[in-house]
Design a protein around this ligand. Structure first.
Ligand code: ME8
Length: 536
């Protein structure tokens, strides 16, 4: 049977497992998970890739400090990232890739071979500044000497060390024009536009060739054997491992089954629909990655969504400031759905933002407990008491009824448009604006007064309100899968199997195909209970 659904392949950055995950990592996962769930509920055949980036000098150094092997360090912390996804955040990924996986080695070596076959790789010497923290090379002009005498990268503030070694280079300089042309032809290649413009200005400033192998340590993927075994460098290339970013970026291809673990999947899912990454790694994804792919003759991803950074009360999170929050602690304190909602509602995905205890509690109490929770609880309790605990039968709709339903109905298209740009904030803002209108409608119509004066009208108002709550609950499933599912259960909406897929709450998902359906009068409803508790 052929799958008629349109494929949708999305990826997150793969995280460095040189420590435990923090709330910045959680932020990226929640955004990507909302996107994946939305696409599934909207009928797409989703493949969602995440994982850990396990090679490189940073991993090797941390392992040495901790007295374990790099693989032991990677395995331990990769497990912590995976547990965050599975047990803390309910992330519905399809594959958790580790760059130490065997199929990934094959993919990384294959892309290298293709770039080499295209004449884009040559052997030379690298002499310059390297930041282990950033796993990145810097030119002299990109660094500065601090008061304490250490040299740092100006852009990232991390320490750099002078590095001189034999290295293979990628002819990035020859891709300046092709990249600029690709950007012109694909104005949506990266977003938001402010960050895309920074990338374009960087490329316009000229590109130098990129060092893509290292000899000073061996924790990385070996270079593939040369096409010609009698090549002059056949022996010496055994001393090189791939620069960790060549290896890391190739994970997106591995995850699609490239080059040959799953050709049908490659055909179906590549090019990726969106790579979701943070602002500090935009250059790798918008400059290096498309240049590698052009060189290797592989189609480019459709979009790179560059999210901002999450700060603690306006301060950068750092171990030295002691303000690093563990995602599990946050979730234990506020509840998963309040955290997920806060992260996506508080500020636009492309912008930087901040969290504080008061801000999270504000969202939890005002937006969730009051605007949505109370409305649902009050209308459902009235139905339980006054309508035989079943969906009431409405009479003819008044102008006010029709007007509020029209606003609710328009939310699907608006939400779809916002998600197409990963603008979760705009989607939620509009949904909560309309929820405000529904609350005003409920207060104006005062069904508790109608109960004494006009029972048929009371039933109509309750029906319209439940109808509105049902549509809002459908649309917030990607953000709050657990709570939305419970709310839909309380509304007597039948679950449809696995449209939302995986995760503890996946089985109860209801796809958007049913968005336009009406609640069926007479459907028995379970005893109402609060879904969005207040934070005391
Ligand atoms: O960069 N707020 O890994 P990483 C929001 N392995 N996002 C944040 C953040 C914060 N405070 N701190 C980090 C790497 N991030 C590479 C990626 S991809 C082929 C290789 C984001 O563990 C960061 O921007 O340092 C990145 O997207 C992700 O977390 C992983 O960061």
């Amino acid at each position: 049977m052929t799958d008629e659904r349109v494929p949708y392949y999305l990826t997150t950055a793969i995280h460095y497992p040189n420590g435990e995950p923090h709330i910045g990592h959680a932020y990226e996962m929640v955004g990507a998970d909302a996107m994946a769930r939305f696409a599934r509920l909207d009928g797409r055949d989703v493949r969602f890739l995440t994982g850990t980036d396990e090679h490189g000098q940073k991993m090797a150094q941390t392992a040495e400090r901790e007295g374990v092997t790099p693989l032991e360090l990677a395995t331990r912390n990769s497990g912590a990232f995976r547990r965050m996804d599975d047990e803390v955040l309910d992330v519905s990924y399809d594959r958790f890739i580790r760059t130490t996986d065997a199929d990934h080695h094959a993919a990384a070596q294959e892309i290298w071979r293709r770039m080499e076959a295209n004449g884009d790789i040559y052997l030379d010497r690298y002499a310059g500044w390297y930041s282990v923290r950033d796993e990145r090379f810097f030119t002299e002009e990109e660094t500065e000497v601090r008061e304490d005498g250490t040299r740092c990268a100006t852009e990232t503030g991390t320490e750099v060390t002078w590095t001189e070694e034999e290295s293979y280079f990628f002819r990035l300089s020859t891709y300046q024009e092709p990249l600029l042309q690709m950007y012109r032809e694909n104005p949506g290649f990266a977003a938001p536009s402010s960050r895309f413009n920074e990338v374009i200005r960087f490329v316009e400033g000229g590109l130098t060739d990129l060092s893509i192998s290292r000899t000073s340590f061996d924790w990385g993927i070996p270079l593939p054997a040369p096409a010609d075994p009698s090549a002059e460098d056949a022996q010496s290339r055994k001393n090189h491992v791939m620069y960790v970013w060549v290896d890391a970026l190739a994970n997106y291809l591995t995850g699609a089954g490239w080059p040959e673990t799953d050709p049908a999947a490659v055909e179906r899912y590549w090019p990726a629909d969106v790579h979701i990454i943070g602002k500090d790694i935009s250059r790798f994804h918008c400059v290096f990655w498309p240049a590698f792919l052009m060189s290797a003759g592989i189609e480019l991803p459709k979009r790179v969504m560059i999210h901002g950074f999450l700060n603690n009360n306006g301060e950068k999170m750092s171990k030295s400031l002691g303000n690093v929050v563990a995602p599990a602690d946050w979730v234990a304190r506020y509840g998963l759905d309040a955290v997920r909602f806060f992260l996506l509602r508080e500020f636009p995905f492309g912008a930087d933002g901040s969290y504080s205890h008061d801000a999270v509690v504000g969202r939890k109490n005002a937006d969730l407990a009051n605007n949505l929770g109370n409305l649902a609880q009050r209308s459902l309790s009235m139905v339980a008491k006054n309508c035989d605990a079943a969906v009431p039968r409405p009479g003819g709709l008044s102008e006010a009824d029709a007007a509020i339903l029209a606003q609710v109905d328009a939310l699907l298209e608006k939400t779809r448009a916002a998600y197409a740009e990963q603008d979760f904030h705009a989607a939620l803002e509009e949904t909560w604006r309309v929820l405000g209108e529904v609350n005003a409608y409920f207060a104006d119509q005062a069904p508790w007064v109608l109960k004494k004066s006009d029972e048929p009208r009371m039933r109509t108002v309750l029906y319209v309100t439940l109808q509105a709550v049902r549509r809002v609950a459908l649309l917030v499933q990607p953000v709050m899968p657990g709570s939305a599912t419970r709310l839909l259960d309380l509304l007597g909406v039948a679950a449809e199997g696995d449209a939302g897929r995986t995760g503890a709450s996946g089985t109860g998902a209801r796809s958007f195909a049913a968005f336009g359906d009406d609640l069926v009068p007479g459907t028995p409803l379970p005893k109402p209970e609060g879904v969005f508790p207040r934070h005391e």
